[in-house]
Write a protein that binds this ligand. Structure first.
Ligand SMILES: Nc1ncnc2c1ncn2[C@@H]1O[C@H](COP(=O)(O)OP(=O)(O)OP(=O)(O)O)[C@@H](O)[C@H]1O
Ligand SMILES: [Mg+2]
Length: 320
């Protein structure tokens, strides 16, 4: 069995290989064609091609001299001002080698840099902009100080759409010679919500069972409940079959190993697909927020969730 992480093995090496994010990729391709790259800020949720796009752009731009003109620093390891004073300055001030117009420094997870470090960075970005362009990557752009944002072209990456992820999963499954059923793909899409990395990781984990991948396998391996089970549990509670609902809840927590935190999130998602009367739905949503908070604070998940189901039943008036 191969031990590589599929997310790395199948990371698209060039901009052309990146699925989705069309507008952003178009701009980056233009940068490469014109050999003119501004300082950039890539921001967006996890697993949506930010790091991939930065590396692919540098590879497309530099070709053979990629190794010499590109550096990636992960700001979540070293977050203080020293990293700006030493590593970043040392890389930025040395002129590019080969016939590269400038070097590229990728600062991944830049939102983890301390505010002091970010202030030091703004000067460096200006002083050495002749020799080095920076690509800052973060999940939340609001954590980057405004003067840095104003020095960058900002690209907001969105969650990838289901079609794009499904195509990629099928492609990888073909190359890895594993069989995946449509229900398996749908389950992965449901659980990963536009995060390509999570989707590929789940595919790899599910493939280790050696069987054709179905929704059952996906839910079992990820320790999550199927949407149908959650829906049935809620409708049972709503319609007064409280014992069935409780049994389903216990089985999910104790036999299938679903964590109460995940379960409350799934209930939140499914409630909104059940076409409940407005008042009831609002009431339950409010209760879900309360229960989620309490579980997060460490209270007993089973007790909180049984109370939530009781609330669903009482609110619907099925016991009156
Ligand atoms: N658009 C895409 N097309 C194909 N594969 C992708 C795409 N986006 C992501 N991937 C896959 O997902 C993995 C993770 O993507 P990437 O490292 O670019 O995410 P990220 O946006 O930097 O996330 P994070 O914010 O968590 O660092 C890649 O190694 C690649 O295998
Ligand atoms: Mg990244």
């Amino acid at each position: 069995m191969d031990l590589d992480l599929w997310t790395e093995k199948y990371r698209p090496p060039t901009l052309g290989g990146i699925i989705g994010q069309e507008q952003i990729i178009k701009s980056l391709v233009m940068f490469v064609e014109n050999k003119a790259v501004p300082h950039c800020l890539f921001t967006g949720p996890p697993g949506t091609s930010k790091t991939t796009a930065a590396m692919a752009m540098a590879k497309d731009l530099f070709g053979d001299s990629y190794e010499r003109n590109f550096m990636e620093l992960n700001a979540s390891d070293e977050r203080g001002i020293d990293v700006v004073r030493n590593q970043i300055k040392n890389f930025a001030r040395i002129m590019p080698s080969g016939n590269a117009p400038f070097k590229i420094l990728v600062l991944d997870e830049a939102d983890h840099l301390t505010t002091d470090a970010q202030h030091a960075l703004r000067r460096t970005m200006e002083s050495y902009s002749q020799s080095c362009r920076m690509i800052l990557i973060c999940n939340y752009s609001s954590r980057i100080i405004p003067p840095i944002q104003s020095r960058c072209a900002i690209f907001r990456f969105s969650r990838l759409d289901d079609d794009g992820i499904a195509t990629r999963l099928k492609h990888i499954a073909d190359l890895e010679k594993i069989k995946i059923h449509q229900t398996g793909i749908d389950a992965i899409l449901y659980l990963t919500e536009g995060d390509m990395r999570a989707a590929i990781n789940l595919l790899q984990a599910a493939s280790s069972t050696g069987q054709q991948i179905t929704d059952k396998i996906v839910y079992a391996i990820s320790g999550r409940a199927s949407p149908e089970t959650v829906k049935t549990m809620i409708t049972d509670a709503r319609d007064g079959r409280y014992n069935d609902a409780l049994q389903a809840l216990r089985s999910l927590i104790y036999h299938e190993g679903v964590s109460p935190v995940d379960l409350v999130k799934q209930m939140h998602k499914e409630i909104q697909t059940l076409n409940l009367p407005n008042q009831l739905q609002m009431d339950i949503l409010e209760q879900i927020a309360e229960v989620e908070f309490r579980i997060g604070e460490g209270s007993n998940g089973e007790i909180q969730l049984t109370a939530l189901l009781a609330h669903v039943g009482l609110g619907s008036g099925s016991n009156e």
